[in-house]
Design a protein around this ligand. Structure first.
Ligand SMILES: Cc1cc2nc3c(=O)[nH]c(=O)nc-3n(C[C@H](O)[C@H](O)[C@H](O)COP(=O)(O)OP(=O)(O)OC[C@H]3O[C@@H](n4cnc5c(N)ncnc54)[C@H](O)[C@@H]3O)c2cc1C
Length: 1016
């Protein structure tokens, strides 16, 4: 039984369906119970735990909350004191700490008490600091370099962390649970980021296994409570393999599944419950396949402890619940389901926008998630006893509703509630006091060293610090109990009257750019049916033979045709020309499969790179159409003396030569051409020698979109032959070029030596792109971003990362992780969806790269070489010369100055720098003369600003990867040796394709200044 995601409907339709599925009987009791719990808890406000109070005071709505979050996230992992001091200085000085002093009655929160905590009790501070606790933060800023202050803050962060974790080790946690009644029933979670390397995965598996043993061993002798009456464990599948994703399904089944089986079998043997946590929505289908395989394992047949978390915010949650119930039915074995609302809401929204999905995978309004939660709860409760329900929530209304739904269910099935450690304590305490036979409450209990809890901590702060969060508001006396406990069905019905149930300020991904243009549409690689379609594409759209190359003699007739088409094309309205581009974008999306096939087979792109390229081409069409309307549709009326009009017109120049590269044979080819066309020019284009098919296919598409055949001539031919002839043709009005700096220089010289008008040249060339990583950066994020930036598109992007500059204090760790991550990369035929790195463009390109790495190897600089494909995958129509595969390489250099040329392939160089040498490093980077892309990984705003200011890179990316510039969002292009500008996909690009003309009319010539004379 496999889970297949339903076809997405509109959010309104989904929510309407949810509301219809719920009867009304539970609604009034839910409100009554919810209000009772909140009022009761408020009466006991002084008993609330630190964390509830902390979250209420330091939420996301104030600077101090955010500053504390930044400190908590980063401080403990910074090994060097200087950088730690800078972070403290920056974050502490950014807050108005006095404002929090005395606001909370909680000892934990009150700023003056923090002072006490930091000073008097935990560390020895000088008297003058402890004497003025009200202003302790200010005191801190003034004494920022004192080690004692740094240690005090580190200690404070550990204390905050300590509120979130139950113990640093499972033994410590179990000991604590034995003595604290509130922790009598836990599900332990071993903290950590997802695995990035196989070594990580083995370490996490081992940690889970030894935790299971320790939890089982701690069970008191003679304990006869049921499996669900004792502690359990929660595991994250992403910790068990670094490549847990649907495109890596085979690897996941080969490597992750055995690890998961080892753990579930161990839990079964020890009689413990084990829950698989729910992670990102694009892992949902794969996670259900894995859970199905675990449930079918004969070794666990009689074990009722296997469970999974279901995220109610996921629009597929009701179908997931049905699937799990059907699975339990089919196998005749009980399963446990923990129903959560979901912890990654903000990132799900962002990722869906970035990926151009048609619909969000999650709801956009909290009330919809709340209702989905209850609709799923109803299904789960009615599936008892085959399904054991575990309701994870800190929301009083949700608790009240679950109790009411259960009351109406036959036999009042057994279930439990769950809360996060440190949260919801007072609420559940109150529930137990007020409600007889309140179900058991299990605590999700994170365990791990403080340095590992940071990401977890930030997630909790984000999730609960939001002002839509129940935890954030329920103890706030300024919000009435009636406003805190509201019926989500009422809220939805009220909204239904207005219009859509989707949040109006969260536009659907296709509408991200408002009315001016539609976002290009993407694909969800987490859906099996998407991948099935992609697997067929190369067969259903085989590529044709290479077209014959044109001789140099073809150039002149092409220019003549384009020149003769110019006047008519130029006279077409801007609207007309823009509409052609928009039709082209639509056609491109309709014919996406054909273009994907071409890009994969002709250019050796992986499917995800090919998709990104099709999207970029569509974005160029729509963006330049919108820009042209803005810039050209109406002349600009200029202010002048009365009696005349002065209008500034922008018009096309003539025939542009567009010369595009093989690494973006569709997007750059398209971008250059449509920019020239929409501004009224005609074009003679020369695609790259290795990728003419995709270019010709796009040119044909443009004709179908309405571009006259003579307005665009495409000449597949040898570059030099084209350049020699085209640049001399008298009809030439400008050149757009993307490629090597050497060729750009040659073109420039050719243009300069031409007779006649001086013509514009727009050149985009290469770069020696660096990423600067200081010790505040999160190593896992650095490694993810470095791998994507350096090895995506086989490193054959001009934006690709070439030089990773890592602060020496964390370099060993980053380099180790990079080596492990390189081991997991798959090099091979890009028609295989699991492949990360396809072939480089030619045998010659591969040879050049090998020469470079051989030279580095001889110098003893080679740190790591990834794996090459062992054999050609079978079953493809054409094969790729194995010599074109280049393994990913990691090379360590002594200095940034040692990298003097662009190695255009999967080769990443790394260099260490001392924190105090950052200015020198930046000077070294500037000295290479390029200025294309730059990455910065730092939590220090000051560093980000100064690196940005001191670099000359055209595109700077902070705390993310540094490739994949989005049209109209990150206009792309550099300076110095990297290009002339203006940036492609930016608001100034079109201006380079036009010439300015003014038209001045003396309006008095025909009978006087009527406008002036008719003034009142
Ligand atoms: C024991 C336990 C285990 C957990 N395990 C997991 C897990 O495996 N996977 C996981 O993802 N989470 C997990 N969580 C985290 C859980 O998702 C959050 O704690 C939970 O969402 C908070 O819900 P609430 O009912 O306490 O609070 P509420 O304040 O009622 O709800 C907050 C939630 O509403 C949702 N939301 C907020 N704004 C919007 C919006 N505009 N549109 C749509 N929805 C919105 C989000 O899910 C947010 O977290 C677990 C929590 C607990 C207690």
């Amino acid at each position: 039984m496999t889970f297949t995601s339903p076809r997405p409907r509109s959010e309104s339709a989904d929510v309407q369906h949810l509301v219809d599925s719920l009867e009304d009987a539970w609604r009034a009791p839910a409100i009554a119970t919810g209000r009772l719990l909140v009022s009761g808890a408020r009466r006991r406000a002084d008993e609330r735990p630190y964390l509830d109070a902390f979250l209420q005071e330091f939420g996301l709505s104030n600077q101090e909350g955010i500053a504390l979050m930044c400190l908590a996230e980063a401080l403990l992992r910074i090994p060097d004191d200087d950088t730690a001091d800078r972070l403290i200085a920056e974050k502490v000085s950014s807050g108005n700490w006095d404002a929090h002093s005395g606001r909370s009655s909680s000892l934990f929160v009150n700023a003056s008490t923090w002072g006490l905590m930091l000073t008097g009790r935990l560390v020895e501070l000088p008297d003058e600091m402890t004497g003025d606790t009200r202003n302790w933060m200010r005191g801190l800023s003034q004494r920022m370099t004192e080690p004692v202050v740094r240690n005090a803050l580190r200690r404070a962060m550990r204390i905050i962390g300590g509120e979130f974790v139950v113990g640093r080790s499972i033994d410590e946690a179990l000991k604590r649970c034995a003595s604290e009644p509130a922790l009598a029933l836990c599900s332990f979670d071993m903290l950590g980021e997802g695995a990035r390397t196989d070594a990580d995965a083995e370490r996490y598996t081992e940690a889970y296994a030894s935790a299971i043993e320790a939890i089982a061993a701690a069970r008191p002798a003679g304990d006869i409570t049921s499996l669900h009456g004792y502690h359990a464990i929660s595991i994250k599948l992403s910790a068990l393999d670094p490549r847990y994703s649907l495109t890596q399904r085979k690897r996941t089944l080969d490597r992750l599944l055995p690890r998961a089986l080892e753990l579930t079998r161990l839990a079964a043997a020890r009689g413990l419950g084990l829950t698989i946590d729910a992670e990102e929505q694009d892992r949902l289908e794969l996670s259900l396949e894995l859970i199905g395989a675990l449930a079918r394992d004969p070794a666990m047949r009689n074990w009722p402890g296997l469970g999974l978390a279901v995220q109610a915010y996921g629009r597929r949650a009701p179908q997931v619940v049905d699937h799990v119930t059907a699975l339990a039915n089919e196998l005749r074995r009980p399963l446990a389901v923990r129903l959560v609302k979901g912890a990654y809401w903000d990132s799900e929204i962002k990722r869906a926008q970035e990926r151009g999905l048609a619909e969000y995978p999650v709801y956009t309004r909290k009330c919809s998630t709340d209702v989905a939660y209850l609709a799923c709860a109803r299904k789960l409760i009615s599936a008892a006893p085959l399904v054991y329900s575990q309701f994870a929530t800190h929301n009083a209304h949700t608790i009240g509703a679950i109790l009411a739904i259960r009351r109406a269910a036959p036999g009042q099935p057994a279930l439990e509630f769950q809360r996060l450690h440190g949260m919801g304590v007072l609420l559940y305490d109150e529930a137990r006091r007020q409600i007889t036979d309140f179900p058991p409450v299990r605590v999700y209990a994170p365990v791990g060293p403080h340095a590992d809890l940071l990401a977890y901590l930030v997630r909790r702060l984000l999730e609960n610090g939001a002002n839509t969060s129940f935890v954030n508001r329920f103890m706030d006396e300024r919000v009435s109990v009636d406003d805190v406990v509201v019926d989500p069905v009422d809220e939805i019905r009220a909204r239904l009257k207005d219009s859509s149930l989707a949040h109006p300020r969260i536009p659907l991904p296709p509408q991200l750019f408002g009315r001016s243009r539609r976002n290009s549409s993407g694909l969800d690689f987490g859906l099996e049916h998407t991948l099935q379609n992609l697997r067929k594409i190369c067969q259903t759209h085989p590529i044709s033979e290479l077209p014959p190359f044109k001789p140099p003699s073809a150039v002149a007739p092409a220019f003549e045709a384009a020149a003769s088409a110019f006047t008519a094309w130029q006279q077409r309205s801007v609207e007309d020309r823009a509409a052609c581009l928009e039709r082209a974008a639509d056609l491109l999306e309709e014919q996406r499969d054909q273009f994907l096939s071409l890009l994969v087979q002709e250019a050796g792109k992986t499917f995800s790179d090919a998709l990104a390229e099709v999207r970029e081409a569509a974005d160029f069409c729509r963006y330049y159409a919108a820009e042209a309307r803005l810039m050209l549709a109406t002349p600009q009326r200029l202010v002048g003396p009365t009696g005349e009009t002065n209008d500034l017109h922008l018009v096309g120049r003539g025939v542009f030569a567009c010369i595009s590269p093989w690494n973006f044979p569709l997007a750059i080819f398209a971008g250059q051409i449509v920019a020239a066309l929409v501004t009224g020019n005609t074009v003679v284009a020369k695609p790259a020698e290795t990728t003419p098919r995709v270019a010709l296919a796009f040119a044909e598409l443009l004709q179908h979109a309405g571009i006259p055949s003579d307005a665009l001539k495409v000449l597949p031919m040898i570059g030099r032959d084209f350049g020699e002839t085209a640049l001399e043709h008298p009809a030439l009005a400008g050149v757009v070029f993307t490629g090597s700096t050497a060729t750009a220089r040659w073109l420039n010289q050719k243009l300069a030596s031409r007779q006649g008008a001086i013509l514009p040249l727009i050149a985009e060339t290469g770069g020696i792109n660096a990423m600067i990583v200081d010790s505040t950066a999160l190593p896992e994020q650095v490694v993810d971003d470095a791998i994507t930036s350096a090895f995506g598109s086989a490193g054959q992007r001009c934006s690709a990362l070439r030089l990773l500059c890592v602060q020496e204090d964390i370099a060993d760790r980053i380099i180790d992780m990079l080596k492990g991550a390189i081991d997991t990369l798959v090099v091979g035929d890009p028609r295989d969806l699991a492949v990360d790195i396809g072939p480089v463009i030619s045998l010659e390109a591969a040879r050049q790269l090998r020469m470079h790495v051989d030279e580095m190897s001889r110098k003893g600089r080679l740190l790591k070489v990834g794996r090459l494909p062992s054999a050609q995958p079978i079953g493809y129509l054409t094969s790729i010369d194995p010599g074109r595969y280049v393994a990913p390489h990691l090379i360590e250099l002594g200095s940034a100055r040692d990298l003097t040329r662009e190695a255009f392939g999967p080769v990443l160089h790394v260099v260490r720098y001392a924190a105090h040498d950052l200015p020198q490093l930046l000077a070294d980077l500037r000295a290479n003369g390029y200025g294309l892309t730059l990455g910065i990984q730092s939590r220090l705003e000051g560093t980000r600003h100064s690196v940005y200011a001191l670099s000359n890179a055209g595109n700077v990316y902070v705390n993310r990867n540094m490739i994949g510039a989005v049209v109209g969002v990150q206009p792309f292009g550099g300076s110095g040796l990297s290009g002339t500008g203006p940036k492609a996909g930016g608001p100034h690009y079109l201006s380079r394709f036009v010439t300015e003309r003014t038209l001045t009319i003396n309006t008095t010539a025909t009978g006087g200044n009527t406008a002036l004379l008719s003034l009142d």
